[in-house]
Design a protein around this ligand. Sequence first.
Ligand code: 2P0
Length: 367
Amino acid sequence: AAEGQWVLMATGRSPTNIAVIKYWGKRDEALILPVNDSISVTLDPDHLSATTTVAVSPSFPSDRMWLNGKEISLSGGRFQSCLREIRKRARDFEDEKKGINIKREDWEKLHVHIASYNNFPTAAGLASSAAGLACFVFTLGKIMNVKEDYGELSSIARQGSGSACRSIYGGFVKWCMGKKDDGSDSIAVQLADETHWNDLVIIIAVVSSKQKETSSTSGMRDSVETSPLLQYRAQTVVPSRVLKMEEAIKNHDFESFAKLTCADSNQFHAVCLDTSPPIFYMNDTSHRYVLAVHWLGILIISLVEKWNHSEGTPQVAYTFDAGPNAVLIAQNRKTAALLLRKLLYYFPPEDKDLSSYLVGDKSILGD
Ligand code: 2P0
């Protein structure tokens, strides 16, 4: 900044979330209003999170944004919606020591610089928009002295990317679809915080680092327009499934939790297959197993299904998003260690150095 001018900065971090009852389909494209409620679990912020720094200064001539060090355009409608909604709620800010005094109406004229980093490779094909947009909205809100509650912030993050509204909270989160046309009741609420069921272990098997071919936004648009199964799912299946999932979470009932999670992932992919032209998210090939395995996702499903069946009660839940990477949820560390061994047995790494394949808490293998 030029001499005598100031720069105000804030940094935030938001993890991504994994849906166990999926969001798939919008009833309003512009406001991002879904056709059904969804439920997710927010990951530990040490893994798969976005860190965003927002800077404001009178010396900035325009709004600019960098993602992982590369400048990206802020002209998209979604970023603009979030910026507009946060600016609307901005309040007076004063820091006497630094001689900064910003009036509510000044925020309209002040420009922001935003730098966001993901602590996981963006190319890994893992959802990054949820963490990124949640962090963008939250940090922008902090710097502009916005006092709205988390529900209101979630409804602003929703306008950046639907799933982002759930990353405003930790733990288990429900995105209530809402009834109103203006979207004011389409907000996320926390069902239980991150300490509630913290013996669950989530393992994400990255089987492809390719960017997905069909984006979620266009995929779900096609599903809404063409899939008869989507209407049945949204109106008849999800409402009762959401109630059962809330009960399962409240009671730490892993059997119900796992059954509902797997069934909902499978129905979401059934809706994708029921779309015209059909969308295949699970058949992507891995860069490591190109010749051997064309349906790695399906193999992981059958491995888990067989294991769960032979034990007589679910050991592990699986869920797949708009890509082939498997998200596996184990009831505890012991089961997670067994699962990891099974995965490494069926899909052996090419060299013995496991540390290059495992990211996160490697000590689990010793359990
Ligand atoms: C979910 N997914 O509930 C579902 C399950 C993918 C499969 O939310 O258009 O990136 O930005 O609202 O949130 C991915 O869709 O789509 C998603 P937009 P978003 O997590």
